[in-house]
Design a protein around this ligand. Structure first.
Ligand SMILES: [Zn+2]
Ligand SMILES: [Zn+2]
Length: 396
C-alpha cells in the first residue's frame, strides 16, 4: 500500500484552508448550493466521478471504483450549518450573519473530501468501491431520505456505511467508538386539538381545546411510562403549545409540537401507534377532535459490532492504540446517519472525533453552541481513520 498517510500530511494545510472556507460560508439545510458546487468542482478536478441526483439541488453523491471487484462501502458526512449567530471570535468565523457551522459539519466535509482524494489515488489497490455521500440537510432530519429518494444509492447495494461526528465532550486526538445502541431515534410531531370557541363565561356552549390539550399532555406521559419497556430508554417531550388570544375567550384550536426519542425500533413503533391513539381518544372523550402528524422520523443508530471493531482497528493502525476510546454510554441525541445504516442493512458505525482541546476551553462547550470552537487539528485524526477503514474493508 502506498504512503497515503504522507499524502494526508502534505495536504493538511490545504485541508485546513478548505475547512476555513466552508466555515466562513455556512449554508442552511437545503440551501447548501455554494458548498455543493465547490465539492463537485473539487471532486471532478481530482478525477472522482460525481453522480447526478435528479431533483435535488444540494448534497453530493460520488463514487470511486476500485480496480478489483468487491463490495461497496459508503462514507457519509453532512454539509449543512445551523441558524445560530457565531460567537467564537475566530479569524475564519462565519461571514453570514445568523448562520454558522456550530455542529462541526465543516470539519466533517473537509475530512471526507481529503479522505476521498487519498482513496481515489489508491483505487488501483481497492477491491470494491467507495460511495461518497456529502449529505444535505442533516439538521432538519430529512436530508438522508431526500438523497435516497433522489437515487443516491440507486443501482447499488452497499454493504456498510461509516462516518464520524465531531465530539466537543471528547478530548482532541481521541476517536470514540461504540458497539450497539449509540444514538436515539427521533420523531417530531405536530398536534392539532380542535374544539369550539366562544365566550369564557359560557363554557357549556363550547368545547374548550385548552382544557383538552392539558389532559392530552398528561395522557401522553403514559406513552413512555406505561407503554415502553423500562429497560429501554425513551423520552417524549412536548416543547411547544399555542392557543388562545384573550383571557375571556375560549379558542377554537390549540396546536402543540413535541419529539420522541428511543432506541428499540419495535418499541418505537408501538409508542408511535400509542401517540396516535391517545391523541384521538383523549380528545374525543372530551368532545374535541385530536389529530397528530409526524413531521420527521429517523431511526436510532445501533452500531454494528463487527464494523465497530473494524473502526477500532483502523484507529489503532492509523493513529495508534492510545487514540482509541470506547464510548461508555449511548446518547439520546440523533443523526440521520441512521437512515444510511438502514439502507445498508444496519451495517454501519458513526464514530466520534474528539474536538475538546484542553488548551482552548471554548472547544469543550458542546455542539449547537454559538461560542464552541472546533479545532482544525481534528482534521489530523478524522481523515486517516476513514481512509484506513476503507483500505482495510476493501482489502483482499
Ligand atoms: Zn447538529
Ligand atoms: Zn451534526
Amino acid at each position: 500500500m502506498e504512503n497515503w498517510k504522507g499524502w494526508l500530511e502534505n495536504w493538511y494545510e490545504e485541508q485546513v484552508e478548505v475547512r476555513h472556507r466552508l466555515h466562513r460560508n455556512p449554508e442552511l439545510p437545503y440551501e447548501e448550493r455554494e458548498t455543493t458546487r465547490f465539492l463537485k468542482e473539487q471532486l471532478t478536478a481530482w478525477g472522482i466521478q460525481v453522480e447526478e441526483l435528479p431533483g435535488l439541488e444540494t448534497g453530493v453523491s460520488a463514487v470511486i471504483e476500485g480496480a478489483h471487484p468487491g463490495p461497496m462501502l459508503v462514507l457519509r458526512e453532512d454539509i449543512d450549518a445551523l441558524p445560530i449567530l457565531e460567537n467564537t471570535g475566530l479569524d475564519f468565523a462565519s461571514q453570514r450573519s445568523g448562520v454558522c457551522h456550530a455542529c462541526g459539519h465543516d470539519v466533517h466535509t473537509a475530512a471526507l473530501l481529503y479522505a476521498a482524494r487519498a482513496l481515489n489515488a489508491l483505487r488501483g489497490e481497492l477491491h470494491g468501491s467507495v460511495k461518497l455521500i456529502f449529505q444535505c440537510a442533516e439538521e432538519v432530519g430529512s436530508g438522508a431520505y431526500k438523497m435516497l429518494e433522489a437515487g443516491a444509492l440507486r443501482d447499488c447495494q452497499p454493504q456498510a456505511v461509516v462516518g464520524f461526528h465531531c465530539a466537543p465532550l471528547l478530548e482532541l486526538g481521541k476517536i470514540g467508538v461504540r458497539r450497539g445502541p449509540s444514538n436515539a431515534s427521533f420523531d417530531i410531531f405536530t398536534w392539532t386539538i380542535t374544539g369550539r370557541g366562544g365566550h369564557g363565561a359560557y363554557p357549556q356552549r363550547c368545547v374548550d381545546p385548552v382544557v383538552v390539550s392539558a389532559h392530552l399532555i398528561t395522557q401522553l406521559q403514559t406513552v413512555v411510562s406505561r407503554f415502553n419497556n423500562p429497560t429501554h430508554p425513551a423520552v417524549l417531550t412536548v416543547g411547544e403549545i399555542h392557543g388562545g388570544t384573550a383571557p375571556n375567550i375560549i379558542p377554537d384550536q390549540v396546536t402543540m409540537r413535541g419529539a420522541m426519542r428511543a432506541f428499540d425500533e419495535g418499541l418505537r413503533q408501538e409508542m408511535l401507534k400509542q401517540i396516535g391513539q391517545i391523541t384521538r381518544d383523549c380528545c374525543a372523550a372530551l368532545g374535541a377532535k385530536g389529530e397528530v402528524t409526524r413531521d420527521v422520523g429517523i431511526p436510532s443508530i445501533i452500531s454494528d459490532p463487527e464494523i465497530a471493531d473494524g473502526v477500532a482497528r483502523a484507529v489503532e493502525e492509523s493513529l495508534g492504540q492510545e487514540h482509541l476510546h470506547w464510548v461508555p454510554e449511548p446518547s439520546m441525541g440523533s443523526d440521520d446517519f441512521s437512515v444510511w445504516m438502514e439502507a445498508c442493512g444496519g451495517r454501519g458505525v458513526q464514530f466520534q472525533v474528539g474536538t475538546h482541546d484542553p488548551a482552548c476551553p471554548n472547544s469543550g462547550l458542546g455542539i449547537h453552541v454559538a461560542e464552541n470552537i472546533f479545532p482544525d487539528e481534528a482534521l489530523r485524526y478524522a481523515a486517516p481513520v476513514l481512509v484506513q477503514f476503507a483500505v482495510d474493508y476493501l482489502g483482499k
